[in-house]
Design a protein around this ligand. Structure first.
Ligand SMILES: Cc1ncc(COP(=O)(O)O)c(C=O)c1O
Length: 409
């Protein structure tokens, strides 16, 4: 923990909030100001000791010390694809149910996307469809932990190993999630994280790539900064030796890193709050008929960046919650419908089912006890009113049938 409690920081942050209950909120404790001031005026603001320290402190969160701090999560995904040697004409099996930032880097590598369907009760890629989609051109599988709930990682890793291809986890929703008692970041070839403004932990913008192999991590360290090894002392300060492989400008800087270092003091507590809010919802919504939480297994733990439910008549629900002053959203549009991905369209019945009903409600650290009760009551009220609506509809249907019967007599 930092110098003040999460509750104290939250009170300050809430004073700047809007009038509706927010679906997302930026967590930036005031205690970040001092280290920020120090680094800003230090004369060194590029990638340096603070980035190294941030990577060291991230290691235990991922259960893996092969960490590269980067300037955003999209860069982490692109670097992972590059390290997986995905190139022109290769195929990457991916999910449509995500932020477009998952799939745009695949196009940037000149590769083709092959959509696999999802489990409509988790939003996550379905291993059985991944298997069906593998061809000799497949180079990698991309999976996304929807809302922070981990995918079927053992199955996906087994498929990747059998076919000699790489598994890339887009873990941008899942900082702090665990799968079978180990943190996300310790399971697959590559795991990609985002520290963008509204994620579990923000560095304003930022990201991390976590590699299973040390060799990949070392290559990634070069490629994140033009292919140059920043640790080698050069004879001439600005003049690099031969560059073997082209790289990118994807590195994190020390200013961003000090924000991350400060955030690490709080993120455990904020995640705890997300989980306890989600537990309250699970309990309150158990037994509802028209609003149903996703079906999660007990062998993994989400950080609940999203608390997603399947709701009958989702647009009506969104409007109902808006009127109650609660912001809810579908958050991400299915990617396969975007024009930029038009060449890859296939039937995805699981995605159809999920998108027709999925909606996320606020579940984060900023919710007060009053907010939680108001959200729970509003959801339960929607279920009740939808039940009444169904009953009226079915009884008027019966009336119509009876009058039709009478008319035929
Ligand atoms: C699933 C997913 N992947 C990738 C990204 C991209 O991360 P960033 O904004 O840090 O580039 C995001 C969100 O921002 C995301 O939600």
């Amino acid at each position: 923990m930092g110098t003040e409690s999460v509750d104290e920081s939250v009170k300050k942050l809430l004073s700047g909030g809007g009038k509706d209950i927010a679906l997302f909120k930026v967590f930036l404790p005031e205690s970040v100001m001092e280290p920020l001031r120090e680094v800003l005026l230090s004369g060194y603001i590029g990638e340096g000791p603070k980035v190294e320290e941030f990577e060291r402190q991230l290691g235990p969160w991922f259960g893996n010390n092969n960490v590269l701090a980067l300037n955003n999560g999209t860069a982490a995904l692109q670097l992972a694809l590059r390290l997986a040697n995905v190139g022109y004409g290769d195929e990457v099996i991916s999910t449509a149910m995500t932020c477009s930032a998952t799939n745009e880097p695949i196009l940037a590598m000149g590769a083709k996307i092959v959509w696999a369907d999802i489990d409509p009760w988790t939003g996550n890629i379905a291993p059985e469809d991944v298997v069906r989609k593998i061809t000799p051109k497949t180079k990698a599988i991309m999976c996304v932990h929807w809302g922070g709930y981990p995918c079927e990682l053992d199955e996906l890793n087994a498929i990747a190993a059998e076919h000699g291809i790489k598994l890339i986890e887009d873990a941008c929703h899942a900082f702090g999630s665990t799968y079978r008692d180990r943190p996300i970041g310790s399971h697959s070839d590559f795991s990609c994280f985002s520290f963008q403004a509204i994620k579990e932990m923000t560095t304003i913008d930022g990201g991390a790539l976590v590699c299973k192999s040390e060799a990949d991590c070392e290559r990634g360290r070069l490629l994140r900064w033009y292919g140059i090894d920043r640790r080698v002392k050069r004879k001439d300060l600005r003049c690099e030796a031969d560059i073997v492989e082209y790289g990118y400008k994807f590195h994190m800087n020390d200013v961003t890193a000090v924000i991350g270092l400060e955030q690490l003091k709080y993120v455990g507590k904020t995640i705890e709050k997300h989980r306890s809010n989600a537990g309250r919802y699970d309990e309150a919504f158990n037994g509802l008929k028209f609003v149903r939480p996703l079906k999660y297994k007990g062998d993994r733990s989400s950080v609940y960046w999203l608390y997603t439910m399947r709701v009958k008549d989702s647009q009506r629900f969104i409007e109902h919650m808006r009127k109650a002053g609660i912001t809810v959203s579908q958050v991400h549009a299915r990617n396969d419908k975007h024009t930029m991905f038009k060449d890859f369209r296939v039937e995805l019945p699981g995605v159809d089912e999920f998108t027709s009903e999925q909606v996320s409600i606020p579940a984060g650290w900023w919710l007060t006890e009053k907010d939680l009760s108001h959200i729970i009551n509003s959801v339960v009220e929607y279920d009740r009113s939808y039940r009444r609506f169904q009953e009226v509809r079915s009884s008027s249907g019966k009336c119509e049938k009876t009058s039709a019967l009478r008319a035929n007599l």
